[in-house]
Design a binder for this molecule. Sequence first.
Ligand SMILES: [Zn+2]
Length: 185
Amino acid sequence: MKTIKNHVNGILNRQVLVLNQNYHPLLVCTARRAISLAYLGKVEIIEKYRETVHSPSIAMPLPSVVKLDRFIHVRESSIVLSRRNILKRDRHQCQYCERRSVPMTLDHIIPKERNGPDSWENLVCCCHTCNRAKGNRTPEQAGMKLMRRPKKPTRIHYIRQFVKREQSSWRPYLYMEPMRTGALA
Ligand SMILES: [Zn+2]
């Protein structure tokens, strides 16, 4: 009995992507919360997990993506500029040599000594080897190329980190792959 209960709790704690009424990703909540919102008619279930949730009276597919019934205005939340968040944004990958799984540091693209600011646009995740090789130079001067131009992360970047294999149905909504035909119909 305990096992069954834990299993149900596990299912109800599964993460659900909540979209605004215009399909813009808003946040991640638990299935428990999404089901009660669906029950109240406040959200529409757009994508489902394979499992079904049973209560004494109803059986409902376990929601994976839900969409709000009404549009809500949200301010773009501001993510704190920190070492941890820079490393997270860059997925712990050196932005010069593209290596992962080696100790990382932060690199000022325009060095601090040349008045390079501490900003989302001037800080990147960098391995120690590249950091030493670059020294107090700009990437151009050092003949090094950045993988991508760093930007301030958005809500979508933040939500993307929740996507695991089970959340593959979220990917089109987070612009990680093209929308399936008819998904917006
Ligand atoms: Zn590197």
